[in-house]
Design a protein around this ligand. Sequence first.
Ligand code: PLP
Length: 389
Amino acid sequence: MPKFARRMNSLGVEGAFIVLAKARELERKGRSIVHLEIGEPGYQPPRHVLEATKRAIDEGKTKYTPASGIYELREAIAERVSASRGVDVKPDNVVVTVGAKMAIFAALMAFIDPGDEVIIPMPAYPSYESVTRFLGGVVRPVILKEERKFSPDVSDILEKVSDRTKAIVINTPSNPTGGIYRREDLEEIVKLAQRKDILIISDEIYEDIIFDGRKHESVLSIAGAEEVTVLVSGFSKTWAMTGYRLGYAVAKEEVAQRIAQIQLNAASCPVHFAQVAAIEAIRGPQEEVAQMIRDYERKRDVIYEEIRKTEGFSMIKPAGTFYAFPNIKETGMSSEELADKLLNEAGVALLPGTAFGNPGEGFLRISFAGPMRDIVEGMRRIREFMANL
Ligand code: PLP
């Protein structure tokens, strides 16, 4: 067999999938494992979305669509993004993508040449680093600090800017930290991007999963940001539609066209009936979504209290997402070591902070996207294990 392309050496594997594989192996041997590693809503999509999916299949929405997605969905997304950000987004600014992941991949692919630098506030969703390196880009990490509630310090970002800086990838609400970026920090990032001609890729896939009555602050709502930003969001989290593989990018028309062109070459288009169902997700009733978010908030409160009672753990309350990101430095163990112990000895699968880059050292990521009983049982096991260490 011929050698793999050199770029394959730079492509990452997501920690969640590695831990899941280890957990499944233990389960095959008869062990009971509580799954708190997966970032996937433990809910079905809203009932009316499921009904719309079935109807769409019966009506023959089973074909290729334009590479950028069907017009009616792009229109629905444009209206939603315009209303929530107070900007004027047109359907031609929107590309429907095969998951938000494709939007991130295509945006980086469209802009990053070998040697270009990408600033990434970290710990961060692993795709950003993996894809950047895959393209020959250089990652310039900026450490998100707990004392700033994981909103980036713009002076740290400034230190990383060079002549080769091409993009900055931001993510608010943030996986894995559960933090949200402060508006002032976003404004500084926009100013910097405008001044230095840097692209902002803003992953806002958790935009609706925000607690304590807060409102999502989007970079797009800052004047002039639309000139320098690719907004990424999607249907996987808000509507629990992970398996539909539907996300979107919103950008200047010429950028949107490039993203669609990449998608055309990689996948042709997103799934037709999934797109029809997504129109219903946006335009239909939102009660089930609101209920899911209330549930996440209750789970967040439970996990926060449990973590406070756990030996060696401390945590600031997640402001959004469905991830808890406790600081475990007091245990004296590395993230990897403790995550392994908790899996093998306590029967709880979760992720070491380092699955989100080296700046995640000293933390664990615990997902509360699943059922409450798993959260309660998983935290009981963790608490007992830590108390007996
Ligand atoms: N961005 C972030 C921050 C995520 O956490 C995820 C999924 O976990 C994605 C993007 C990918 O979303 P999708 O499933 O729509 O590709």
